[in-house]
Design a protein around this ligand. Structure first.
Ligand SMILES: Nc1ncnc2c1ncn2[C@@H]1O[C@H](COP(=O)(O)OP(=O)(O)OP(=O)(O)O)[C@@H](O)[C@H]1O
Ligand SMILES: [Mg+2]
Length: 367
């Protein structure tokens, strides 16, 4: 998977232009607030996912304008493909001259893995972000998983509502068995899929974290189900729902199940959320992201494009060197403020970004 070029029009602060990309490394450097992340974001939107900055479509349109358009030429499955997205009153998504119903239909057509500082919440925030990390990857790979998540949410919602109503209408209680059974069947599949997926990614994540820390530190990842489950069978999950009924009736929520689970990241045996340093948290997120890239690569048989926004700050020289070396076989877009952050990186293209305008730089003297 390679980006050949990116064209933008009225996209955030970026000057209308066309970026002709290198097949290997593309560095975008410049001061703060110049448009580096905006460029990364424009490429990312072609994955069909929402922005990693949690913004709405209208935010992409340059202040004072009515429409914005981004167009990507990329190489995938051995051929050149063209996609464009127009934002405005009417959103328009086109892939190879064919109009798609929504951006989501671009999923798996153009594939990329993004790291941005907003992903540090993957370690520092509560369990929801980590569940989302798993769910997002699994949803891209398995349509059945998306359906199971939807069915599960519906069943849990019905169970919680029933528990609230049952306070006043005890005759409704027999219905609980029905909803709990429905929830347990889908929960069993979700838990099993997540657990297997974590086991699948773990060796790659461990290898990368070992490399990043020069084997001085060890990472571990544990899938931690809520409730005291002995296994992920439908029967065990049903038992957990029954055991939590009286408590859940008071709160009106369902307190056990995949929507309450966590993925604990340990560094040298300690929970990274509470004990990891800034650099360790960043390294752990990078290792998770490299695990994600490995999974996508095995699934689509092509290396996804790496978008690394501001990864270098807070990493020491050894960690930086590892990252720069382990990504050298894929196409990568890296942003940074200082060119010196990328010492040790050879080849590729260098773009200097200033007030939304990038210029290609060749030698050091031109700065
Ligand atoms: N819709 C928009 N229209 C015009 N300008 C915008 C729009 N959205 C964001 N901007 C501006 O784009 C500028 C650059 O943002 P960006 O996040 O790309 O900076 P950056 O180069 O990545 O900086 P940093 O190094 O601090 O991360 C911001 O100052 C912001 O005000
Ligand atoms: Mg930025």
């Amino acid at each position: 998977m390679k980006v050949v070029s990116l064209e933008t029009k009225n996209f955030r602060n970026l000057e209308d232009s066309k970026l002709i990309c290198d097949e290997g490394v593309n560095v975008i450097y410049g001061n703060n607030a110049q448009g580096k992340t905006n460029l990364i974001e424009a490429i990312w939107l072609f994955t069909g996912s929402k922005s990693f900055r949690n913004t709405k479509d209208n935010d992409f349109i340059r202040f004072g304008e009515k429409n914005a358009k981004i167009a990507l030429k990329f190489k995938s499955q051995g051929r050149i493909q063209n996609a464009s997205i127009t934002f405005g009153e009417q959103k328009k998504v086109i892939l190879n001259k064919e109009e798609l119903l929504s951006s989501a239909k671009l999923t798996n057509k153009f594939c990329s893995v993004v790291f941005s500082p907003s992903h540090l919440t993957l370690i520092s925030d509560g369990p929801m972000v980590r569940r989302k990390f798993l769910d997002n990857i699994l949803s891209q790979l398995k349509p059945k998983y998306v359906a199971a998540l939807n069915d599960y949410q519906k069943a849990v919602h019905q169970r919680s509502e029933l528990l609230r109503d049952a306070k006043y209408h005890s005759d409704l209680l027999p219905l609980l068995d029905v909803f709990e059974h429905q929830a347990a069947v889908t929960a069993s599949y979700i838990l099993d899929t997540r657990q297997k997926f974590v086991e699948y990614m773990l060796p790659v994540i461990k290898e990368h974290y070992g490399g990043i820390s020069k084997n001085r530190e060890q990472i571990d990842i544990l899938y931690e189900p809520s409730g005291n489950l002995s296994d992920f069978s439908v029967e065990s999950i049903k038992k957990a729902y029954i055991a939590s009924r009286s408590e859940d009736m008071i709160t009106g929520n369902t307190s056990v199940g995949p929507h309450r689970d966590d993925l604990t990241v340990l560094i040298n045996g300690y929970n990274a959320r509470n004990f990891a340093s800034q650099g360790q948290q960043r390294s752990a997120v990078l290792a998770l992201k490299l695990g994600e890239a490995h999974t996508i690569k095995n699934f689509i048989n092509e290396q996804p494009v790496a978008l690394l926004d501001d990864i270098m700050s807070e990493l020491d020289a050894t960690r930086k060197r590892y990252i720069l070396n382990c990504i050298k076989d894929w196409q990568v877009f890296i942003t940074c403020c200082e060119r010196s952050d990328l010492r040790g990186l050879n080849g590729g293209k260098l773009f200097y970004m200033k007030q939304g305008k990038f210029t290609e730089r060749k030698s050091k003297k031109e700065d």
